[in-house]
Design a protein around this ligand. Structure first.
Ligand code: PMT
Length: 401
């Protein structure tokens, strides 16, 4: 595990697992990282700054109001110094504060002020971890590209059993080392991604849409940016924040998505079609609200242009990844699309059932290519997206070899 060129800013917040920070600092240094520690007031109730200072070989910072350190804007200097920020343990309160952009103590301010990738390692009672408020905060952080290491499951200090244990120091160092390897995986690579649904207008008040929330495509965009790619995201109508470091173009209809994709396509290395693009659009759009006069009505529909097929037909063409959303015969339909649309890779997911696909926070992807396949998940869309991007980088490297 190599962290040789890394400068790790370790944020320690106040839970019983803070005692593990001592071992973590040692393991980080063993892996070659330089380490500086920032503690919250709560953390100091569980472990002393002196311990972490001795182990890290650097003074520990614990206050935004340290006159000596702040004479030269110490918090900004520290935020710039870090190549990685790891908050371990991250308590429920710290996750909430980071998710909502607080900046009233040193740790939360540093997380706002740094350009370095941020990872959090949650540690708390299993009930607190499962609480919808905590899960919503974690989803917010993930959506912004923050990596979440763990938590592990098992016996807890409070006597309960379940998920909420801080990962062991070795596991955290290994997760950080994987993050370092991943961040170079797509360095300088240009990735164009579509996400979300398209809305096809019938009249000024009605449209044909679908259940895509955009979560999967946005997770792919966040993961690609975290891996060093230059990411353009063409998003259908969804209410999701733009992942850090991603250039976003909003569209509404399949025709607008096609135009935006073709406009952005020149120079792209990878195209990933995660959007649920309408296959049909009303043949004509009424300019006034259609009145309820007839007993029944039919809307004539035209086929939309297949964006994926148009991208694969372009010269030169990028490495093309399609998605397949199927309610049945997943592999059969996915393989058919892989071949018919001339794709390099297809990620198929089951839709129309609980636990994945549309709108869910988790997913399972069955990925197929000409002579192989792999299953990713079940896991959060953020984790599945990272795994998909790692596979895409691997397959693309082989295709270019
Ligand atoms: O957004 P979420 O709520 O997180 O849900 C995620 C998801 C289920 C939408 C996503 O994981 C997914 O499967 N996206 C593709 C949905 C889809 O339209 O599948 P399809 O099997 O109908 O289309 C196959 C492929 O052709 C897709 O890559 C699609 O982007 C592409 N396509 C389809 C029609 C069209 N006119 N142009 C296209 O490029």
């Amino acid at each position: 595990m190599c962290l040789r060129d890394e400068r790790v800013l370790l944020g320690v917040s106040g839970g019983i697992a803070a005692y593990k920070a001592a071992e973590l600092v040692r393991r980080l240094r063993d892996a070659g990282a330089q380490v500086r520690v920032v503690m919250t007031d709560g953390a100091k109730r569980f472990i002393t700054p002196l311990t972490l200072q001795a182990l890290s070989g650097n003074p520990v910072r614990d206050s935004l109001w340290d006159e000596g350190a702040e004479a030269a804007m110490g918090h900004i200097e520290l935020a710039r110094w870090a190549t990685r920020v790891l908050v371990a343990p991250a308590t429920a309160d710290t996750l909430a504060r980071l998710a909502h952009g607080h900046a009233d103590d040193l740790l939360s301010t540093l997380v706002l002020a740094t350009a370095a990738p941020v990872a959090v390692a949650p540690a708390m009672n299993q009930q607190m971890w499962a609480h919808p408020a905590t899960q919503a905060n974690v989803a917010l952080l993930r959506g912004r590209g923050v990596q979440v290491f763990g938590p592990g499951a098992g016996d807890q200090a409070c006597g309960e059993v379940g998920p909420g244990r801080l990962l062991e120091p070795d596991e955290l160092v290994s997760a950080l080392a994987s993050q370092v390897r991943a961040s170079a995986m797509l360095a300088g690579v240009r990735v164009l991604i579509t996400a979300g649904p398209t809305f096809e207008d019938i009249d000024p008040v009605r449209f044909i849409g679908n259940r895509s929330s955009g979560k999967m495509g946005f997770a792919v965009a966040a993961a690609a940016a975290a891996m060093g790619a230059e990411v353009s995201l063409i998003a259908g109508p969804v209410a999701l924040p733009t992942p850090v470091g991603v250039a976003r173009i909003n569209v509404r209809s399949a025709a607008q998505m096609l135009a935006a994709v073709m406009d952005a396509l020149p120079g792209q290395d990878i195209y990933i079609g995660a959007a649920a693009v309408a296959d049909y659009t009303p043949a004509c759009v009424a300019d006034k609200k259609i009145k309820k006069t007839a007993a029944d009505m039919a809307v004539a529909l035209d086929r939309t242009t297949d964006i994926l097929a148009t991208v694969t037909a372009a010269t030169p063409r990028p490495f093309v990844v399609g998605f397949a959303a199927e309610t049945h015969d997943l592999e059969h339909y996915a393989r058919d699309k892989l071949q018919r649309k001339g794709l390099d890779l297809i990620a198929a997911n089951q839709v129309g059932c609980a636990g994945g696909g549309f709108e869910a926070d988790c997913n399972t992807l069955q990925v197929f290519w000409a002579d192989g396949e792999r299953t990713l998940g079940p896991d959060s869309k953020a984790v599945v997206a990272q795994q998909l991007l790692a596979l895409v980088a691997e397959r693309r490297a082989m295709a270019n070899a």
